[in-house]
Design a protein around this ligand. Structure first.
Ligand SMILES: *Cc1c(COP(=O)(O)O)cnc(C)c1O
Length: 406
């Protein structure tokens, strides 16, 4: 329990550990208590009748928050450099919360072509049922993006780096256009996790304040870190945007299990440490894979030559997430690439990422892009690197590549 509120310029890890938290009277320990309730008791009927706005301090019903979840919300806001935070039961719930809060019949939303798959399906299949249209844009083409904007455009999704193909968008260029046109922007910040760049202050030295309006985060990934919790958050600095999302949040009935909230609180102090350790292993393995004859291309924003590398450098504070994708030489069939994945011993086959276990998933990209791919041809495997030793993972990749020897 820190005596003073931490200075905002503290290193992330220090900030997450030395965070002000009021333990119950007579109790002194820094872990946050787990408070659970459906019913929250009122002192008397006058207290019950009194209107209590959900301000992160007052309580009305367990669905809306407890001291445990409000503490997590405050810490996630601190991690992202925001003022306000709403917690929801999954990353996807955070995506739908934002889109449903800002889009109405007749409106349009712009979505990057490499957006998280479920966000793509939301725009393609669910939103049209409410009379909401979408356009996919190339996140590296600011001019093409500008041309898609009309007076019906009410929301722009951004994702840095994008899913699977990991192009890093021209964030600065795209945000300047949105700012000029007065359009609300929301970033899926799961990859950056508050560590790789500052979503609300992308160029703190040259252009303070250039940043996104809203940051959405799948806490399922780094903030959990254990591959055992599903949760999401939506952060903003703008009270009016927060209140609009809070209104939708209350209508949708998004509640959280407080044991899950506790797990995320427990993982936050090691978030930056894990992010940087996984980053180091990921870069080493990505570079090693790039040198293998079976590999046509490795996609990872920190690798020079990877699509959007210059844009990553522009905003980066040095970090990159634990993901890279490998495009195999086109001479290998999908079945051969599957056989390579099956031959891996230390890589689980399954979705999600940022947990302790490394994962590998082959993707058929032809079904999930409208505007083309950042490579000519070849089957792709997306790797998520966990916390295993780099040498063990490298040896595993090497033995599995034997499957692809001609
Ligand atoms: C995992 C993920 C989500 C969704 O999170 P869930 O908790 O699995 O629903 C959203 N965006 C990105 C970029 C993700 O990786």
């Amino acid at each position: 329990m820190s005596k003073h509120a931490p200075a905002p310029d503290l290193a992330l890890a220090t900030q997450q550990i030395h965070h002000p938290y009021q333990a119950p009277e007579g109790w002194a320990a820094h872990p946050v208590g787990v408070f659970k309730a459906s019913t929250v008791l009122f002192k008397n009927t006058a207290d019950l009748h009194q209107y209590r706005p959900r301000d992160g301090k007052s309580y009305r019903y367990g669905l809306h928050g407890t001291p445990t979840s409000y503490t997590l919300g405050a810490r996630i806001a601190g991690l992202e450099g925001a003022e306000h935070c709403l917690l929801v039961p999954s990353g996807l719930a955070a995506v739908t919360l934002v889109s449903l809060s800002f889009l109405r019949p007749g409106d349009e939303v712009l979505v990057p072509d490499n957006v998280y798959g479920q966000n793509r399906y939301l725009s393609e299949s669910l939103l049209p049922q409410f009379g909401i249209q979408h356009h996919f844009y190339d996140p590296l083409d600011v001019a093409g993006f500008s041309a898609l904007i009309s007076e019906r455009t009410k929301l722009v999704w951004l994702e840095a780096a994008g899913s699977i193909t990991l192009e890093f968008p021209d964030l600065i260029g795209l945000l300047r256009v949105c700012r000029e046109r007065g359009i609300t922007t929301v970033l899926d910040n799961t990859w950056g996790a508050g560590v790789a760049f500052k979503a609300f202050d992308l160029l703190p030295d040259s252009e303070p304040g250039l940043g996104v309006d809203i940051s959405m985060h799948a806490l399922t990934k780094y903030p959990s870190g254990g591959a055992d919790v599903l949760m999401g958050s939506v952060c903003t600095r703008d009270l009016a945007l927060h209140e609009r999302m809070n209104y939708m949040h209350e209508h949708l009935g998004y509640g959280l299990g407080q044991n899950d909230v506790e797990l995320v609180l427990r993982s936050l102090p090691t978030l930056e440490l894990r992010y940087r350790a996984q980053d180091a292993t990921t870069r080493a393995l990505a570079a090693w894979m790039q040198a293998q004859p079976a590999v046509a291309q490795v996609l990872h924003p920190a690798l020079p030559g990877s699509p959007g590398h210059a844009h990553w450098r522009e905003v980066s504070s040095g970090g990159a997430a634990c993901l890279f994708s490998v495009v195999f030489q086109p001479r290998y069939s999908a079945a051969q690439v599957d056989a390579f994945v099956d031959a891996l011993q230390f890589f689980g086959i399954g979705y999600s990422w940022a947990g302790p276990m490394s994962l590998a998933v082959p993707y058929n990209m032809s079904r999930s892009r409208s505007l083309g791919l950042p490579y000519r041809e070849g089957h792709l495997v997306r790797f998520a690197i966990g916390l295993e030793a780099e040498a063990d993972l490298r040896a595993d990749l090497a033995q599995a590549l034997e499957v692809l020897k001609d």
